[in-house]
Design a binder for this molecule. Sequence first.
Ligand code: NDP
Length: 293
Amino acid sequence: MIIIDGKKISQNIRTEISQDIIRIKSIYNVSPKLIAVLIGDDPASEIYVRNKKRSAIEIGIDAEVINLPASTTEETLLNLLDQLNNDQSVHGILVQLPLPDHIDEDVIIQSISFAKDVDGLHPVNLGKLMIGNPYLIPATPSGVQQLLIRNNIAIEGKHIVICGRSNIVGKPLANILMQRDVHANATVSICHSKTPNLIDFTLRADILIAAIGQPNFIKSDMVKDGVVIIDVGTNRVESNLTKSGYKLVGDVEFDTVSSKASAITPVPGGVGPMTIAMLLKNTALACESILKK
Ligand code: NDP
């Protein structure tokens, strides 16, 4: 049984991107510039954005965070995005989600130039992915595909069951894995909270991807022997074993399911580190695409 090492793979990808950035700089004399917009003071969002900035700077991306108060109006945010869209020195823009209730997430996502949409959530980028002509792909799903590819786990011809149909994970992931491509060509089933008899699907999965958001939801009796498990779930649960009083667990009951799996991602250290790596890859790609024009 292989424990898929997302930390190591993400480090390899970061090294590759830093070489790309050196190449881009040697051709255009420009470093990619990423702007992250953070609204309000949600502690988890603050940590995510801080990590993204630090990781970007480490590999040669010029990264800045714009902090705005929770009371920021939609109009103010739209004006800021307009400014960033038109700023030729900016190549990547991300608005950290979730947003305060009074701001419409869809409106904001659609107001980021799709050329700079490094989260890959703009309808143009999702549409391009769907028709098999991808540009910027959502980071977590593309990270999942890289984990499979870089562990030599065949995707082609496999039955992949994805639990979860969010726009950020489940839906784009299904689109990635079903494409006509040697690193895809899977038969994909997408399950969700209204799927009756979920176990009938999970038991037939060659590769099972859990993106539900419920701790230890997938148990060993729900999977077949030799299954590959990708656990996207990241859930904080109370623990008296840690200083902080909580620990992170996935959607899969790791200890029991791993005894049946041929490969499995841990939480933390599996999909999580890949998300930032693929965001950085998108930033380098957006930069080069903009400079080429
Ligand atoms: P959402 O809450 O947006 O979506 C959860 C999905 O799971 C929904 O489609 C929901 O169905 C489905 N679901 C819920 N309960 C069940 C059930 N009992 N059986 C089958 N399906 C169910 O979550 P996200 O997609 O944003 O995130 C999922 C998990 O992945 C979370 O733990 C999140 O923290 C983690 N995550 C981790 C990332 C990383 O970098 N590692 C990045 C993004 C997310 P329905 O649509 O019917 O409601």
